[in-house]
Design a protein around this ligand. Sequence first.
Ligand code: CTP
Length: 396
Amino acid sequence: MKNERKVLRNKSILIGVTGGVAAYKAVDLIRRLREEGSSVTVIMTEAAKNFITPLSLEVASQNRVYSDLFSDPLAHIMLPANADIMVIAPATANIIGKFARGIADNLLSTSLLSFRGKLIIAPAMNWRMYENPIFQENLRYLLSRGVIQVGPEKGALACGEEGMGRMSGVSEIVESIKSSITKKDLVKEKVIVTAGPTREYFDPVRFISNRSSGRMGYAIASAALRRGAQVTLISGHSSLNPTKGVNFIPVETAADMLDAVNKELNLSTVLIMSAAVSDFMPAEKHKNKIEKSGELLLRLNKTPDILSEIGKKKNRPFIIGFAAETGGRIERAEKKLKEKNMDMIIFNDVTEAGSGFDVDTNRVVIIDKEKKIELPLLSKNSVADAILERLVEIRA
Ligand code: CTP
């Protein structure tokens, strides 16, 4: 889509693949980076060839794969010089040890020494190796030199043991690459984002809810984190995974969500209410499952209006709300901005194709006290960045 804010578009990424079982994940990583608009070149070590073929990486990157130092005598200078970002995934204890000690004995280790840009490493090894103090010292040294580490995770390892050493998932690596080149313009902010639907129960197993997937809120939480904010994500039920580094608080009902927001409010500077809070809740919640006999009448009461409650507070944070309207009624959104004492409202027409619930895109208008910014149809990730860009502008 035109106007997409893709951080990695037109970036040149040099990926080093070393000899670990996780080498197979490099194929997916390369594919994801290309989808983000980057061009990818791969250097693989000889050991990596025990785990994955050069052809797989060539097909994934649509580029030549390099591995020999002497068949292209200038590759260790030219490849790093042409790269914006370098990523080692998986990074074995061997390559980390070599780089920490300045050893240059193959194409990848020599390239690491000649590279001048952002370097991200995704360690992967057995937990005993990972915990070894010699390895840890090497790792600490690299981090002190500005190298960015992503993972590893705790989990089942290739050797059959459980422990710390499994390479991070591809999404997390991509997120860390994006973060490494994102301007940290929200470092001063502590942001609460709410997301997803609430569930209002009328017996222990039944509830009323709505179609919200949580995508918009999760995208905002990731984008704010990437820009350096401290982020709390308070979410109703969603199948999405919160980005690592986000303080995640799952909730169910509107009342739970209000509670959680209130608890997190202290020192928070921004509240972004992207949750599709149910407007109504059953007047009573039956203790036991309701038996089906004849018809069932449900009486509904209004849920607490979280935005209004927070809007009334004296020391309130900067408040951004959403207005999911039907039929393009932008005036209603403008009215809500004033009535609920918000600073910004994001209007979208949920009946429009490509907008609203359960889709990856949204067409919104950002309305604040000074301006109205009409955006074209964009991915929810881009919408998230556009909202935060305006937030940065206003708070500058
Ligand atoms: N919201 C809230 N608490 C509720 C309901 C909604 O904080 N109980 C928030 C939503 O997260 C959203 C904003 O209020 O940011 C607007 O929600 P919306 O349902 O569109 O507006 P309402 O004010 O409920 O008005 P209406 O349903 O009449 O459109």
